[in-house]
Design a protein around this ligand. Structure first.
Ligand SMILES: CC(C)(COP(=O)(O)OP(=O)(O)OC[C@H]1O[C@@H](n2cnc3c(N)ncnc32)[C@H](O)[C@@H]1OP(=O)(O)O)[C@@H](O)C(=O)NCCC(=O)NCCS
Length: 401
């Protein structure tokens, strides 16, 4: 197998509403700051990958290059729903693994403003809307208003309620508790969109978006960017000692899509691709979930987080509610989950989120997370899932070079 790959620079902008900036400002800020954090410049990069879902056809990578330096290196503009940032990171990782590049830059950026609800079962104009027994993949059957709802909060609400239906002891209170935890965690994260704690009653009584997810259980629409600099192990050995000391190893990098599962063409299956990605990542890293010191998982809605305790193997099969009740995913628990505040409170600028997870884990493994530091963290996992579906899982390790 080719060289190990390490992360030597990361940056995340403040998440929130940036009315005075555009996606280019945010992406360039993240890219330049990650480069500065790594002690390198754009001249040292051999490859770049960039994603901005709502600018998917705009060549965001080349646009950012025009701001930070046009050196003629290849740019991969990637678009993979909420896994766009993880895909950009993995694209640079693969270029290094393939031996084509020694160093590279991954950027994820989004400017969402006040977009309101996303999703809602859009069909292309002129697309067939009738069910065909012989089958045709795509817009086979509209979901909206017939089988449920195709809005994002709706899809994840249905998935959460399905988990509660299938497993004894799961109640809607568990979903409220997840939001309570993540909002509490965000109070320690100065880069999060929101930093306010909420009581269970405030969460429960907030505006209903899609039962059981209230407003405070939904990731908000967010502007923000994150970037990371990756390097091959052989190149890292030639870099200054202070760069080597802060480097974090990529122990696993995995991307999956949905395998065929009954019913998933109508109601997206948000579980199987995560389970597959997690299993593969643990195998690559040679560790198990019990070895993780912290996890940043895709809590786009509170209902989603509960599912992913199970999908990522953080609990016994079917035991997500017990895991939560035991206090395990709180920052002082045995497997802290979303100590950044998670998407529910840190914010979810779609294409930035995958790289922001890398930023969060790297910062803890370096011991540089300030008030929210998980002491002694050595191994962390970051997970994103984009509907469609696609899942990215990365495991990072603080190990000696
Ligand atoms: C839930 C949703 C519809 C609310 O949108 P909205 O009606 O436009 O509401 P706003 O964003 O204006 O929020 C109003 C206020 O509620 C509060 N609020 C909203 N969401 C919040 C959150 N997650 N945490 C804390 N406060 C929140 C804020 O005070 C906000 O005011 P602000 O503008 O001063 O920050 C929208 O955030 C949404 O669709 N989220 C899901 C996004 C999504 O699907 N992402 C992809 C996931 S896979």
């Amino acid at each position: 197998m080719a060289d190990n790959v390490w992360v030597i620079g990361v940056h995340m902008t403040k998440f929130g509403q940036h009315k005075d900036k555009d996606a280019l400002d945010l992406g360039s800020e993240a890219a330049l700051s990650a480069l500065a954090d790594s002690g390198q410049t754009i001249h040292d990069m051999d490859v770049m990958a960039a994603g901005s879902l709502f600018n998917a056809a705009a060549g965001i990578g080349q646009q950012i290059q025009k701001q930070i330096g046009q050196t003629g290196i290849p740019v991969f503009n990637v678009s993979n729903a909420c896994a766009t940032g993880a895909t950009a990171f993995r694209t640079v990782y693969l270029s290094i693994k393939a031996g084509e590049a020694e160093m590279g830059l991954a950027v994820g950026v989004e400017q969402m403003g006040k977009m309101g609800l996303l999703g809602a079962a859009g069909s292309a104009k002129g697309a067939k809307t009738e069910y065909e027994p012989a089958g045709r993949y795509g817009n086979v059957m509209p979901v909206e208003g017939i089988l449920g709802t195709g809005t994002m909060p709706g899809v994840f609400a249905q998935a959460g309620m399905e988990y509660a239906y299938k497993h004894d002891g799961v109640t809607v209170d568990h979903f409220y508790k997840i939001a309570e935890k993540n909002h509490a965690h965000s109070s320690l994260n100065p880069l999060a969109q929101y930093n306010k704690r909420f009581t269970l009653d405030e969460i429960k009584n907030a505006q209903m978006i899609s039962y059981p997810n209230t407003m405070l259980m939904c990731s908000p629409n967010t502007d923000g960017a994150a970037a990371a600099v990756l390097v091959s192990e052989s190149k890292l050995r030639t870099l200054p000692l202070d760069v080597q000391k802060r480097a974090v190893r990529v122990a696993a990098s995995v991307l999956t899509t949905d395998p065929y599962v009954d019913g998933s063409h109508v109601l997206p299956d948000v579980n199987t691709c995560t389970r597959n990605a997690a299993n593969k990542a643990y195998e690559m890293a040679g560790i198990g979930p019990q070895d993780l010191d912290l996890v940043e998982l895709h809590d786009c809605f509170a209902t989603a987080e509960l599912l992913h305790y199970d999908n990522l193997g953080l609990c016994e099969p079917g035991g997500a509610a017990d895991f939560l009740d035991s206090g395990a995913p709180w920052r002082d628990g045995s497997t802290p989950v979303n100590v950044s505040g998670g998407l529910e409170s840190k914010g979810h600028p779609i294409a930035a989120t995958g790289v922001a997870g890398i930023y969060e884990i790297t910062t803890h493994l370096r011991g540089e997370a300030g008030d929210r530091q998980i002491d002694g963290a050595k191994v962390g996992l970051t997970h994103v899932i984009g509907l469609g579906s696609t899942c990215g899982v990365h495991i990072l390790e603080k190990s000696a070079l």
